[in-house]
Design a binder for this molecule. Structure first.
Ligand code: ATP
Ligand code: MG
Length: 330
């Protein structure tokens, strides 16, 4: 179930079930003075310079950026993810789809270290993540957004992004307390970078607004900006368009393409088939925790098992997967 974020209710059942608290991903940046900044940063070249300064787009050749090998996650007797193997190639947008309860979010949680797999391995950038903790996984370059929006609701949009940037800061705690020149420089850089990211996702004019006062769509964009602030190699988006109208979905698709074109690799969970087909390079389909297909979008659209999984009918191949496959509980 996806709920609209607002006020303090920016966390959802999925997080509560996982016993995840909101502030374990990011550490507070301390006091960030954003009162003096001009919330409009309009030079597109300056934005590009900050968002993707030296990134090479390394498409689909060589070793996969991420690979899961027989990845399984169990909750008591329930096998939520059942020996799933797939890879995400550098520079691609990989769609991860499947009906409600198929194991998509569980797969994200296993990749990002929220859940410990009961068996199997995740390899990222050539190394296994078996013993790697969540914060270390973020530092290695995997960032994510959540199916239920999670933001620091009382912080401004800019502060929410700056806490993401902070994962990269070098200043020691004494440096921050005594506001050394290095700390001030880092703070200024973080603010500039935060503004550039807000501009990149299209919400710079709202920079000094509290997260809780942003529209639902802008909160979703802010989550993406905050994830990008950790300078990830892989950005995992869990239903970023949930609750959007068609125009908002189309704008979000453009943003996801722009993110990929800037050299990030993207793993996208999304129910809306039109969105998934339109934006992804490849698609992995889960059903009851198992991978049932892994192919190009055009082939997925006509795959009888996928059609059957979505329509809940025997796979006679008579139909095609179209439109929004979200059922009432998504
Ligand atoms: N923390 C948990 N404890 C127990 N069961 C869980 C937990 N998280 C997920 N599950 C169960 O694991 C299965 C897969 O859930 P998951 O959230 O990964 O599905 P999903 O594909 O993301 O579905 P949706 O499209 O509804 O978001 C479901 O049966 C779900 O109830
Ligand atoms: Mg989910």
């Amino acid at each position: 179930m996806t709920t609209h974020g607002g006020g303090d209710a920016l966390f959802g059942n999925e997080d509560i079930a996982a016993q995840v608290s909101p502030d374990t991903d990011v550490q507070s940046a301390g006091v960030v003075d954003v009162s003096a900044i001009d919330p409009v940063l309009s030079d597109p070249d300056a934005v590009a310079e900050v968002v993707a300064p030296t990134r090479d787009i390394d498409t689909a050749v060589g070793e996969a950026l991420l690979r899961t090998e027989n990845l399984s996650v169990k909750f008591g007797g329930l096998v939520a993810l059942d020996s799933v193997s797939f890879e995400i190639r550098r520079g691609e947008i990989l769609g991860l789809i499947g009906p409600n309860g198929a194991g998509k979010t569980t797969c994200f949680n296993a990749i990002t270290g929220v859940y410990k797999p009961s068996s199997g391995t995740v390899y990222f950038d050539g190394a296994p993540l078996t013993k790697t903790k969540r914060n270390a996984i973020t530092r290695l370059g995997i960032a994510r957004t959540f199916q239920n929006i999670r933001l620091f609701s009382e912080m401004t949009a800019l502060e929410n992004v700056v806490v993401g940037t902070d994962a990269r800061h070098k200043t020691s705690v004494p440096g921050a307390i005594f506001r050394t020149s290095r700390h001030r420089r880092e703070e200024r850089d973080a603010i500039e970078r935060g503004m550039a990211l807000l501009e990149f996702v299209g919400i710079a004019p709202r920079a000094v607004e509290k997260a809780k006062n942003l529209s639902y769509g802008d909160q979703r964009r802010l989550e993406i900006a905050r994830a990008l602030a950790t300078e990830p190699k892989l950005l995992c988006l869990d239903e970023p368009a949930a609750g959007f109208n068609p125009a908002e979905k189309s704008a979000l698709m453009d943003l996801i393409r722009k993110i990929r074109d800037d050299g990030f690799t993207v793993l996208l969970i999304e129910h809306d088939m039109r969105l998934v087909m339109g934006v992804t390079d490849r698609i992995v389909v889960l059903e009851f925790g198992k991978k049932i297909a892994d192919d190009l979008p055009a082939a997925i659209r006509e795959n009888p098992s996928v059609i059957a999984a979505y329509l809940g009918v025997p796979d006679d191949g008579a139909n095609e997967v179209t439109g929004d496959a979200t059922n009432a509980s998504a």
